[in-house]
Design a protein around this ligand. Structure first.
Ligand code: AMP
Length: 215
């Protein structure tokens, strides 16, 4: 099964993708994670996208489509792909459709995670992640453990805040979402692929809603 998790920054796409990976042996393809990795390993592409990402703008379609193409072509034995943070433009959505077709695969569902803007701002400005495994923490609802040991990977870890998780970049990221990404809702609705879930509430509740939407 191949699915897209669609929603604004802070909707919980990454958190839910990690659960789907555990439960269904799926593979998470997060273009945001791939781009951050390119930055931290200092590749030419990583250097090129750094300022764009920190400001909260979208990097070019060409770059992210190239990243996804590589992963799809690599194939592998697993329960399918979860596209997390991709596609974000109509051009990316068209490209994904073509890439899947070339690989003899199909898109099974697009799950929209709805969360209102006030909640997104409060989630994102309080967010940090385990540098070792990527587990997400929140100052208000799931604080970093006092002993510095990540509850997910069990290792003593550094907990990092993303450079773009600040109010200024978030405004730009939300604008990019509404302007460039939200047209995908209509695009996938028209294809009959769109399922909408309420992204508010406990992580387990949202996971349950996604499970029902995929049943
Ligand atoms: P994310 O981790 O999904 O919030 O992505 C972080 C940043 O990476 C975004 O604000 C963009 O600058 C860039 N990015 C991630 N995925 C895409 C994409 N599909 N298209 C364009 N830019 C992206």
């Amino acid at each position: 099964m191949n699915i897209i998790l669609l929603g604004p920054p802070g909707a919980g796409k990454g958190t839910q993708a990690r659960l789907l990976v555990e439960d269904r042996n799926m593979v998470q393809l997060s273009t945001g994670d791939m781009l951050r990795e390119a930055r931290s390993s200092g590749t030419e592409m990583g250097k090129k996208v750094a300022a764009v990402m920190d400001a909260g703008n979208l990097v070019t379609d060409e770059i992210v489509i190239g990243l996804i193409r590589e992963k799809l072509e690599a194939g592998g034995d697993h329960g399918g792909f979860i596209f997390d943070g991709f596609p974000r433009t109509l051009a990316q959505a068209d490209a994904l459709g073509n890439l899947l077709e070339e690989e003899g695969q199909a898109l099974d569902a697009v799950v929209e995670m709805q969360v209102d803007d006030d909640e997104l701002v409060s989630r994102i400005t309080a967010r940090s992640t385990c540098a070792n495994c990527g587990e997400v923490y929140n100052d208000l609802t799931k604080p970093i453990p006092a002993d510095g040991v990540c509850t997910s990977c069990g290792k003593k870890a550094e907990f990092k805040r993303r450079a773009d998780d600040n109010e200024e970049s978030l405004k730009t990221r939300l604008l990019a979402y509404y302007k460039q990404t939200s047209p995908l809702l209509g695009y996938y609705y028209a294809k009959g692929d769109l399922k909408t879930v309420n992204g508010l509430g406990e992580i387990g509740e949202v996971a349950g809603a996604i499970k029902s939407a995929l049943a």
